[in-house]
Design a protein around this ligand. Structure first.
Ligand code: SAM
Length: 238
C-alpha cells in the first residue's frame, strides 16, 4: 500500500463496509463467539468509552448538550449519550457502521425505562466533510486510520467544529507499541486489511496548541492488544 492518498481512504471505507464491519460489529457487540484477542479489545475499548462518558457527565447533566461523535462506529459512545438526553450527531465513513448505530439506538431506547430522549442522528460521512458547531466533539479510536502527516490537519479540523470540548483518542507511538506493531501482535489477523498508524502524543498536543486548544485531561487504557491514549482539550482562552 502506498501511504495515505485518497485510495487509502477508499480502502478503509471498503473495509469497514465489509469484513471490517463484520469484525468490529462483533467486537463492539455482545456475542460471546469471538476470539480471546477480540474479547481483550472489546474490554479495553469499553474502558475507554466509560472514561469518556465519565468526563462528559461529571459536570452535570448532558441534556441538550450537542455532541458530534466523529467516526461513531456502531454507536458505543453516541447511544449512551443520546439515552441521557444529549443531542447527538454521529457520523462514520462506513454506511454499514452508521446504519448499525441507528439500529442499535432503536433497539436500546425501547428497552430504556426513561424512554426516548433526543433521537440521535447518524449519517455516513467522512471526517473531512464534517461541518457545523457542537459543544463537544469526540473522535475515539479513529486517528489510527490517519497517517501522521495527516493527523495535525484532522485534529485542527475537529477543533474547529467544537465550542467547549474536544475528546480524542489514539494509539500512542511508544517504543513498546512500535515493537508490538513490528512483530505483528498489535492489530492481528483480519484487521491487517487496513494499516494502523500510531501517533506521538507531543505531535497531537502540538496540533491542538496550534488550533488554540489546551489539554485538560489525560488517560491511558492498555490491555494486551488494545492501547488508547485519551485526551480532553478545551479552548486555551477559557
Ligand atoms: N469511534 C467508534 C468507537 O469508539 O466505538 C468506532 C471506532 S473504530 C476502531 C474506527 C471507526 O472509524 C470505524 O467505524 C471506521 O469506519 C471509522 N473511520 C475510519 N476512517 C474514517 C474517516 N476518514 N472518516 C470517518 N470515519 C472513519
Amino acid at each position: 500500500t502506498t501511504s495515505a492518498g485518497g485510495d487509502e481512504k477508499e480502502a478503509v471505507k471498503g473495509y469497514f463496509n465489509s469484513v471490517g464491519f463484520e469484525r468490529w460489529n462483533k467486537i463492539y457487540g455482545t456475542t460471546d463467539e469471538i476470539s480471546s484477542v477480540q474479547m481483550d479489545i472489546r474490554k479495553g475499548h469499553a474502558v475507554t468509552v466509560d472514561k469518556v462518558l465519565r468526563w462528559i457527565t461529571e459536570d452535570g447533566s448532558v441534556k441538550g448538550v450537542s455532541v458530534c461523535d466523529a467516526g461513531c462506529g456502531t454507536g458505543s459512545l453516541s447511544i449512551p449519550l443520546a439515552l441521557q438526553g444529549a443531542e447527538v450527531y454521529g457520523s462514520d465513513i462506513s454506511s454499514a457502521m452508521a446504519d448499525e448505530a441507528a439500529r442499535r439506538y432503536e433497539e436500546q431506547s425501547k428497552a430504556e425505562i426513561s424512554g426516548r430522549q433526543a433521537t440521535p442522528r447518524f449519517e455516513a460521512k467522512d471526517l473531512e466533510s464534517l461541518t457545523g458547531s457542537y459543544h463537544t466533539v469526540c473522535c475515539i479510536d479513529v486517528l489510527i486510520h490517519y497517517p501522521p502527516e495527516k493527523m495535525a490537519a484532522m485534529v485542527k479540523h475537529l477543533a474547529s467544529l467544537a465550542g467547549d470540548r474536544l475528546i480524542l483518542s489514539f494509539a500512542p507511538s511508544t517504543p513498546a507499541l512500535l515493537l508490538l506493531k513490528r512483530i505483528g501482535e498489535f492489530f492481528p489477523k483480519g484487521s491487517k486489511a487496513t494499516r494502523a498508524y500510531l501517533h506521538k502524543e507531543e505531535a497531537v498536543e502540538a496540533a491542538l496548541r496550534e488550533a488554540g486548544w489546551k489539554v485538560t485531561k489525560r488517560e491511558m487504557t492498555s490491555t494486551r492488544f488494545y492501547y488508547s491514549r485519551l485526551l480532553q482539550a478545551a479552548p486555551a482562552t477559557s
